[in-house]
Design a protein around this ligand. Structure first.
Ligand SMILES: O=C[C@H](O)COP(=O)(O)O
Length: 228
């Protein structure tokens, strides 16, 4: 099970990578837009510095044609690192790019997946990750849990190496449901993780334990301070 951060906010990545078992960072042009006109390659290299060499970094191609996309991929490999996962929209053009990138041995994440057909074609093309857009599918009346389950079954029955990296989450239940239905990885805006951990019952339980402890041993006393 992998948790990735769906943001390129450096301070935010630093904060959450310190606390959580962050398996990687994902971005797309809309996520980049939130940060304004950044020094793109330098920014991505800073993310790599923060998350370390073993986490995965997923950067989306923006070229429109096969040749533009392959050029984009090459530029990303040269500027950010050959281990980068290039995110390719799962269109007919994108599938041709995925096929070529996989033939050349590169890491690929097939993205913008709304339908079963897109995901199955990307699995068959050998994509390392496929990124179904959970909330966007739900908005269109497509059952994201059902689609994810079908992808998980197809991966298993075909002995494929692809992992499901579910994306586009707008509430906590969507994250856990994606994982329960067979997604191996989820990419999440950190604010949603904060929401999930900020449940009042959680803080209430912590406060109750503190009060009970301090009722016996005194305010501010810790287990370690019992030795002093
Ligand atoms: O990379 C894909 C994003 O997770 C899509 O999320 P969104 O539906 O909130 O734009």
């Amino acid at each position: 099970m992998e948790f990735l951060l769906d943001t390129i906010d450096l301070a935010c990545i630093e904060k959450y990578a310190k606390a959580l078992p962050v398996a990687g960072v994902t971005s797309n042009p809309s996520i980049v837009k939130k940060q304004g006109k950044i020094d793109f390659f330098n920014h991505m290299k800073q993310i790599r510095q923060i998350i370390g060499p073993s986490a995965t970094l997923h950067i989306q191609l923006v070229g429109q044609t096969v040749s533009e996309m392959l050029d984009d991929a090459q530029t990303i490999f040269e500027q950010v690192g050959p281990e980068t996962y290039v995110k390719v929209p799962t269109t007919l053009t994108g599938l041709e790019v995925i096929k070529k990138l996989k033939q050349a041995g590169h890491n690929v994440t097939a993205t913008a997946i709304y339908t079963k057909l897109q995901g199955l074609l990307a699995i068959s093309a050998g994509a390392d990750y496929i990124a179904p857009y959970y909330n966007r599918m739900q908005n269109m009346g497509i059952s994201a849990p059902e689609v994810i389950k079908e992808f998980a079954d197809a991966i298993k029955s075909n002995d494929a190496q692809t992992e499901i990296l579910a994306a586009s989450f707008h509430n906590v239940d969507q994250i856990t449901t994606a994982l329960a239905n067979g997604a191996q990885a989820v990419t999440v805006d950190p604010s949603l993780i904060a929401t999930g951990l900020n449940h009042p019952a959680i803080q209430q339980a912590v406060n109750d334990f503190t009060n009970d402890w301090e009722g016996i041993f005194g305010t501010g006393q810790t287990i370690t301070s019992l030795l002093k």
